[in-house]
Design a protein around this ligand. Structure first.
Ligand SMILES: Cc1cc2nc3c(=O)[nH]c(=O)nc-3n(C[C@H](O)[C@H](O)[C@H](O)COP(=O)(O)OP(=O)(O)OC[C@H]3O[C@@H](n4cnc5c(N)ncnc54)[C@H](O)[C@@H]3O)c2cc1C
Length: 436
C-alpha cells in the first residue's frame, strides 16, 4: 500500500499561482501541502522578466521592502520595427521609481522562492523534487488527492488546486481542459545576456535600480508574435513570443528570430559586448477568455497558466500577476468550501464569481477580442512598416520640394503595404473599442 498523507488542501505547482493559493489557505489556518517538481520553487520556471506588483498590495503589505528585485521599471517603450527602421512610443515616469512602484524586473528563481517562502512561513508544507503524477478519485468520481512519484505516495484532501502551469496535466486528467489547441498557444524563447550594470544604465538612460521594459512589434518575420527586452541588474533579457502553429509551418528556428532582433540596428548597440548567460523556451497560453477551461470540478480548482490566465493582448504580457490573483482567490474559495463542508463544483463556485469581480477575469473579458486583432496579418505584417514609413516621410526633409501633408504620406505608406485607408480607419476604431 502506498503511503497516504491527508491535508485540508493539496496545491500542485509552486509557481506564483500555487504559492499564492497555499498562502491563502495557510493563513486561514488550513493544513496545506504545496507539491513542486523542481528542487525548489522557481528552479525550472521561465518568463520574460517583469512582474507588476499591485496584486501583492493586499497579500504582502509593503512587499517592495523585501521582494528580490533586479530593477524597478521606470521606462516602458513600445516599438514597431522593420529590418531597417524603428518607431517607439517611449514613456518614462518618476512615479514608477518609488514606492509603491508599478513593475519590477525580477528573476523567477528568486521571486518564486520568495513567494513560496511566504506560504511556508504561514504554515504550508512544501514538498519539492516531487511530481504529482495523477489524480486520486473517490467512488463517486470526485477528486480527493494526487498520486506522486515518491514511491507512489498519495496526498489526500477534500480539495486539490491545480497550479501546474500551461497545458495542465491535472486539469486535462480532470476533464476540465479539452485537447490542447496549438493555435491557443505561443512559444516564448529568451536569452539572458550578461552586461555590466553601468553599461545598462548608460545605454538605456536609467540609473541605480531603475529599469526598462521594451515591447516590440514587427520583429518576427512572417510569424505572428512580438519581441521584448527587459533590463535586470547586470543582465538583459531579450526574446520573442510567436504563434506556435505558424512557427512550425514557417520552418524558421526560434533562435534565428532572437538573433535577428539582437542584430537589428536599433537593438544591437544596446547589447554590444554582452555575452550569453542562458537560453530558455516555454509555452504561453495566449488564447484568452474564450479558451479558458472550466475552473472548478468536484474537489478541484484550476489557477494561473493551468487555467490559461496569461493576459497577452499586444500591449501587455502579464501572467505572474494573473497567476497570483487567481491562485490567492482559489485558496480563499477552497477555504470557504471547506468551512461549508461542500467541496463539490457547486461548493467551489465562489472562485469564478470572485475572479469575475476582480481584474483577473474582468481584464480578460474586456480584452477577449484583442488576440484576434493583435495577431492579425495587418497588425503584424503591415502596420509596423506602414507607421515606420509614415514617420520616415514626416521627418525626412525634402527641400527644395515642399513638405508632403500627413494624409498624402499616410496614403502612400498604406498603398506600399497594401492597406486601404478605410481598412486603416476600421482597425483604428476596432483598436479603440478593444483597448479604450
Ligand atoms: C517567454 C515568456 C515570457 C513571459 N513574460 C512574462 C512577463 O514578463 N511578465 C509576466 O507577468 N508574465 C510573463 N510570462 C507568463 C508567466 O511566465 C506565466 O503566466 C506564469 O509563470 C504563470 O504562473 P503559474 O504559477 O500559473 O505557472 P508556472 O509559473 O508555470 O508554475 C507552474 C509550477 O508547477 C510546477 N509543476 C508543473 N507540473 C507539476 C507536477 N505534475 N507536479 C509538481 N509540480 C509541477 C512547475 O515546476 C512550476 O513550478 C511569460 C511567459 C513566457 C513563457
Amino acid at each position: 500500500m502506498p503511503e497516504v498523507l491527508t491535508f485540508d488542501a493539496v496545491v500542485v505547482g509552486a509557481g506564483p499561482a500555487g504559492a499564492a493559493a497555499a498562502l491563502a489557505l495557510a493563513r486561514a489556518g488550513r493544513s496545506v501541502v504545496l507539491v513542486e517538481r523542481g528542487p525548489f520553487p522557481g528552479a525550472k520556471n521561465v518568463y520574460g522578466g517583469v512582474v507588476y506588483g499591485r496584486v501583492l498590495d493586499d497579500i504582502v503589505p509593503n512587499w517592495w521592502e523585501e521582494v528580490p528585485v533586479e530593477r524597478w521599471v521606470v521606462r516602458r517603450s513600445t516599438m514597431m520595427m522593420t529590418g531597417t527602421q524603428s518607431l517607439s512610443v517611449d514613456f518614462r515616469t518618476d512615479a514608477w521609481g518609488s514606492a509603491p512602484y508599478n513593475g519590477m524586473t525580477t528573476l523567477r528563481s528568486h521571486f518564486d522562492a520568495w513567494l513560496a517562502g511566504k506560504a511556508t512561513g504561514a504554515g504550508a508544507r512544501l514538498v519539492a523534487s516531487t511530481v504529482a503524477t495523477g489524480l486520486v478519485r473517490d467512488g463517486a468520481g470526485r477528486v480527493v488527492g494526487v498520486r506522486t512519484d515518491r514511491d507512489g505516495a498519495e496526498l489526500h484532501a477534500p480539495v486539490v488546486i491545480a497550479c501546474d502551469g500551461v497545458n495542465s496535466f491535472l486539469a486535462k486528467e480532470a476533464g476540465l481542459l479539452p485537447r490542447a489547441e496549438a493555435s491557443h498557444h505561443t512559444l516564448g524563447v529568451k536569452e539572458v545576456l550578461d552586461l555590466p550594470h553601468g553599461a545598462i544604465n548608460e545605454r538605456f538612460g536609467v540609473q541605480d535600480h531603475e529599469g526598462v521594459d521594451m515591447e516590440i512589434l514587427g520583429c518576427t518575420r512572417e510569424i505572428p508574435g512580438g519581441g521584448f527586452l527587459y533590463t535586470n541588474a547586470d543582465t538583459v533579457s531579450i526574446g520573442v513570443v510567436v504563434s506556435l502553429p505558424q512557427l512550425a509551418a514557417s520552418g524558421v528556428r526560434p533562435e534565428e528570430l532572437v538573433a535577428d532582433l539582437k542584430a537589428h540596428p536599433t537593438i544591437a548597440p544596446l547589447l554590444r559586448g554582452s555575452s550569453l548567460r542562458e537560453y530558455a523556451a516555454h509555452l504561453i497560453p495566449e488564447g484568452g477568455y474564450d479558451t479558458m477551461p472550466a475552473l472548478a470540478s468536484d474537489g478541484m480548482l484550476v489557477a494561473g497558466d493551468a487555467g490559461a490566465m496569461t493576459l497577452a493582448a499586444g500591449l501587455w504580457l502579464e501572467g505572474v500577476n494573473f497567476a497570483i490573483g487567481s491562485g490567492y482567490a482559489a485558496g480563499r474559495a477552497a477555504d470557504r468550501a471547506l468551512a461549508a463542508g461542500d467541496c463539490s463544483a457547486r461548493g467551489l463556485a465562489s472562485y469564478r464569481t470572485d475572479l469575475e469581480s476582480q481584474f483577473v477575469l474582468a481584464d480578460h473579458k474586456r480584452l477577449r477580442k484583442a488576440p484576434s486583432l493583435v495577431l492579425s496579418d495587418r497588425v503584424q505584417q503591415r502596420y509596423p512598416g506602414l507607421l515606420c514609413d509614415l514617420a520616415e516621410g514626416m521627418f525626412t526633409v525634402t527641400n527644395p520640394t515642399p513638405k508632403a501633408g500627413g494624409l498624402k504620406l499616410t496614403r502612400a505608406a498604406a498603398a506600399r503595404y497594401g492597406v486601404s485607408l478605410r481598412q486603416l480607419a476600421t482597425d483604428t476604431v476596432r483598436g479603440l473599442r478593444i483597448f479604450g
